[in-house]
Design a protein around this ligand. Structure first.
Ligand SMILES: [Zn+2]
Length: 214
């Protein structure tokens, strides 16, 4: 379970709502995670302050507020769009991973389809390319792994791209095999996008947390 799930449970506890997990499990996490323990302390202070502050006298704006409300709350619509985009990215990555595995598996099992490379070379490249497919599938299943997969995937792509172009020019590679590398490019692009979106979301959350704490 991630820290954000525990923080949801902390908020629920402060509001006297159901935690969505055993209370004991939350307490155990709070003793072992200083980040969440600090967050819980700050959240408690904010909640107390909000409850203790005397409500200032305000004019009744109900009619004006209701009149100004959009038909659909923008926050809700944006969250739905984000979820949709996340799912689409993961599905695309799943498709690329499966296609890459399907392309590589025969090479790995039989040593065939690797042009005139010696059998062990074919096996070795096959294993490497299957590992790349596994990385795509792993990120599709668990997007938080995206950033960690990037150093290897980006180095591989950065090295393979220029040598493939040079080999194409010199006639050392069949066009079909070079075209298969487009799968790699597509997969790496998707992993980069997943990592970038995850990072942006964490930054936004951290900024929001800092504003709450301030
Ligand atoms: Zn935590």
């Amino acid at each position: 379970m991630t820290c954000s799930s525990y923080r949801e449970a902390i908020s629920a506890r402060l509001d006297g709502e159901a935690l969505g997990m055993p209370s004991r499990e939350l307490d155990d996490h709070l003793t072992s995670c200083p980040g969440c323990a600090g967050w819980a302390g700050e959240a408690a202070v904010v909640t107390r302050r909000a409850r203790l502050a005397a409500a200032p006298a305000v004019p009744d704006l109900t009619a004006a507020v209701l009149g100004a409300l959009p038909r659909e709350l923008p926050g809700v619509a944006a969250a739905a769009r984000t979820r949709l985009a996340d799912s689409a990215l993961r599905l695309a990555l799943l498709a690329v991973g499966v296609a890459q595995a399907a392309f590589v598996l025969p090479v790995l099992l039989t040593g065939a389809g690797a042009m005139s490379a010696p059998v062990h070379m074919a096996h070795e490249t096959g294993a490497w390319n299957l590992a790349v497919a596994a990385a795509f599938l792993a990120v599709a299943a668990a997007p938080r792994l995206a950033a960690g997969a990037l150093p290897v995937l980006l180095s591989f792509t950065a090295l393979l791209l220029p040598v493939t172009l040079a080999d194409l020019g010199a006639g050392h590679v069949h066009v079909e095999r070079a075209v298969a590398h487009l799968l790699l490019l597509a997969g790496v692009f998707l992993v980069c996008t997943v990592a970038w979106r995850g990072r942006r979301r964490r930054t936004v959350r951290a900024l929001a947390g800092r504003q709450v704490a301030a």
